[in-house]
Write a protein that binds this ligand. Sequence first.
Ligand SMILES: Nc1ncnc2c1ncn2[C@@H]1O[C@H](COP(=O)(O)OP(=O)(O)O)[C@@H](O)[C@H]1O
Ligand SMILES: [Mg+2]
Length: 181
Amino acid sequence: MGVGHPDIDIEAEIKHEPMRAQFDRRLISQALTNIIKNATEAIEVVPAEELGKGRIDVIAARENDDIVIDVIDNGIGLPKVSRARLLEPYVTTREKGTGLGLAIVGRVLEDHGGRIELNDAADIRPGARGAWMRLRFAVSGHAAKVEVKEPAAETKVTAPETAERADATNSESKIEAATGG
Ligand SMILES: Nc1ncnc2c1ncn2[C@@H]1O[C@H](COP(=O)(O)OP(=O)(O)O)[C@@H](O)[C@H]1O
Ligand SMILES: [Mg+2]
């Protein structure tokens, strides 16, 4: 399993080239990896007869002073718990989940002057199954108040390429997110 999953097509598109931004390459890469890992896991639980072909679209664009990266999958879709809860640490609906993936993404984006937005794929593709995660961060690379300790890498936004597990924890603790509520 992982980002190089043979049964999932991952398509990356950069809307406005060249797109330059300042950000911590390691942290933003980890955020994207967490999001794509979640998308992969959401696709894996769709019954084969319903799935068709697993697909993850990654679309990066510039919106005023923000970089916006949309990750749209055709997985099982977000569970019916409040989206704010899914961003909390240790909230997971997965047997082996840590519930840390989205919490880390939220934190990284906040530290870059942005946020994560959780939506349904159907919000932009009527009738579609799956989740639509929108990652937003400032082109300038950091929130106004945050002191940048290391120089942020000036780098072009590129397609994610890593396949490693990236929740950045060994913690096994979790809280089951209530479903259907
Ligand atoms: N792309 C997605 N599709 C469906 N559900 C998702 C997706 N991404 C996240 N989720 C939901 O959000 C929960 C929290 O995700 P995360 O913080 O990464 O923790 P974990 O992956 O360890 O469960 C997941 O358990 C899952 O219910
Ligand atoms: Mg996760």
